[in-house]
Design a protein around this ligand. Structure first.
Ligand code: DGT
Ligand code: CA
Ligand code: CA
Ligand code: ZN
Length: 575
């Protein structure tokens, strides 16, 4: 029961209470408590174990503290279980519809008895939703448009969330003496931004013992099937995990097969056939009349080699360009985390960040970085306490002083994440922007504008000589918000002709640009910048997610601007 899980349970309780029309005060206490707990660096569980008083924590009252103790002691909340007797579980899915907050969702349930996404869709299509007080035609349309995203959110989880499960499953499975080798295959291994289910591959001579052990993993809520060497289970939130047990001799072939992608495998099978070979999850076979002779299977590299192919990095196995690149021996040397030298998008307490400039810089040094840019929000983002010209200049003077006092060669660049205004144009005066080392242009408002308008705004920013980079160029939030309607071809052309950079935002919810766009942009020669957009020191660790996505886009260190030394970077941006 870690802090994140506690927070999730408290939020769920608040959501359920909302559906039953409970006292708003109580409900807010749970929501606020959840938010606080998610941000804590101390573990609630160990505080309880040491008999510490939780209410001494800022924002944690008696009610929330009691729930925390109950969760840590019993693993669940009695009140939640009771509420689930009157509120169907599927009602919570309504909350995944973008812009449908708990209040509106509760109204749909209570007034129209809408219990799941299918019923919500039907009600929108019949125009019943818009007849409800507080719901206009426009709301109905936007709900209808958002249902697809809610459905997807139910079916696929973020790679980062899958990675957390993998870490715990790996630990659990390696405690089993019958497990020899273990690997997590499928879309997880390919680093796909969202994962539909997990595919575990284990080698062993005792499949029964391995499956028995697997069945004891604490998150499992039900077993879907169990065969002789295959087993599928569901975890909390219905997430599926498939286990396959194979002999050591087949490890490579099975890993290749279950890593996929399906399209990549179809192509591999075709190439095998053309060579008079057969490939399946057990191995590669030479066909000779009625005879089949095993020629590879133990290691993945041998399997590919038998087919005359390189052992493709999993991130490239999407049947995009990898086979053509292999043929011309131009498989890229993909970027790694170690190539990164700087991080050029992060926030501090001056806007909506949680740590100071010095604290962020210290943490960045610990991540092995040589430079960072401090890029707080500009004044348009009032809810994040965005900076006006005066505060920016003051912050930059402070950065100058910090740099001067530094005893190593680490450098903090004076930056800003400047909003692109709804009507076009930058939120900060050019005269001030010109004094920055690094100017990010971002769209945060007016995301629903028509394609031409939003594209023009971004093109305007790219044409501004003070702008260095456009952040999160499509604004999508995975499982939460669709990208805005922007003509990326036009953005790419403008970036190229004005020598501007584009961001791959490493936040696991964003990962924007996506893999396909990254490939297109870098092929044109546009430098990509992988940034964490950290709002606290912990956020700096998100760089690894950006690297995964970059690898899926086929990026090399050369394609990424922040693999350069600061001197090289300054040359690239002309500062
Ligand atoms: P996901 O789980 O939807 O995120 O995506 P994957 O790629 O993990 O798909 P999954 O779990 O259905 O299957 C894992 C791998 O197993 C897949 O990438 C390739 C292989 N595989 C599954 N079904 C087939 C199939 O019918 N034919 C072939 N050639 N390979 C398959
Ligand atoms: Ca899978
Ligand atoms: Ca699967
Ligand atoms: Zn930002």
């Amino acid at each position: 029961m870690d802090n994140e899980k506690i927070a999730k349970n408290l939020t769920q309780l608040a959501d359920l209470l909302e559906f039953t029309g409970a006292n708003a005060f109580r409900l807010r206490a749970y929501r606020n408590g959840a938010r606080k707990i998610k941000d804590l660096t101390v573990s609630i569980k160990s505080m309880i174990a040491e008999g510490e008083d939780l209410t001494k924590l800022d924002g944690i009252g008696k009610g929330v503290a009691e729930k925390c103790i109950e969760l840590c002691e019993t693993g669940k909340l009695e009140q939640t279980e009771e509420l689930f007797e009157t509120v169907p579980r599927t009602v919570l899915d309504l909350l995944n519809v973008p812009k449908l907050g708990p209040k509106k969702a509760a109204a749909l349930f209570n007034e129209l008895n809408i219990q799941n996404l299918d019923q919500l869709k039907a009600a929108c299509e019949e125009g019943i939703v818009s007849s409800l007080a507080g719901f206009g035609k426009k709301t109905e349309e936007s709900i209808l448009a958002g249902i697809a995203i809610a459905v997807a959110a139910n079916q696929r989880i973020l790679w980062a969330a899958a990675d957390k499960i993998v870490e715990r499953l790996r630990e659990h499975m390696t405690q089993c003496a019958a497990v020899n080798r273990i690997e997590f295959a499928g879309s997880y291994r390919r680093g796909k931004e969202t994962v539909g289910d997990l595919d575990i591959l284990v080698t062993s001579t005792e499949a029964e013992a391995v499956m028995d052990h697997f069945g004891h993993f604490e998150d499992i809520t039900s077993t879907i099937v169990r065969g002789e060497t295959k087993m599928s289970v569901r975890l909390e939130d219905e997430f599926q995990v498939d286990l396959r047990v194979v002999p050591d001799e087949s490890f490579g072939a099975a890993l290749q097969y279950f890593t996929g992608s399906k399209d990549h495998n179809v192509k591999v099978r075709g190439l095998a056939k053309a060579k008079g070979l057969k490939i399946n999850e057990w191995g590669v076979y030479q066909i000779d009349g009625d005879d089949e002779k095993l020629i590879a299977g133990k290691e993945e590299a041998d399997v590919y080699q038998a087919l005359g192919l390189p052992c493709f990095e999993p991130e490239l196995r999407e049947a995009r360009k990898e086979f053509d690149l292999a043929q011309s021996e131009k498989i890229p040397q993909l970027i790694t985390l170690e190539d990164i030298k700087g991080d050029l998008h992060m926030h501090t307490t001056e806007s909506d960040g949680k740590d100071s400039i010095e604290t962020m810089a210290k943490a960045a040094r610990q991540h092995g970085l040589k430079y960072i840019a401090i890029t707080d929000h500009s004044k348009r983002v009032a809810m994040a306490n965005g900076l006006n010209e005066e505060r920016l200049l003051k912050q930059w003077a402070q950065i100058d002083a910090i740099n001067e006092a530094a005893t190593d060669d680490f450098v903090i660049l004076k930056g800003v994440e400047c909003d692109i205004l709804e009507a076009g144009g930058m939120d900060i005066e050019d005269e001030v922007l010109a004094q920055a080392d690094w100017v990010i242009a971002s769209v945060h408002y007016g995301q629903n504008q028509p394609r031409e308008q939003i594209t023009d705004r971004i093109l305007g920013a790219i044409e501004n000589p003070n702008v260095t980079m456009v952040a999160h160029p499509t604004g999508r939030l995975l499982n939460k918000r669709e990208p805005y309607d922007v003509d990326l071809e036009a953005v790419f052309s403008a970036a190229l002709s004005h020598g501007k950079l584009l961001e791959l935002n490493a936040n696991p919810v964003r990962l924007d640009l996506n893999d396909v766009y990254l490939m297109a942009a870098s092929e044109k020669g546009i430098p990509i910048v992988i940034n964490t957009d950290a709002h606290r020191t912990l956020g700096l660790a998100n760089m690894k997610y950006g690297i995964k996505q970059a690898r899926r886009g086929g990026l090399t260190a050369q394609n990424v601007a922040n693999t350069r030394t600061l001197k090289q970077l300054r040359k690239l941006i002309g500062k």
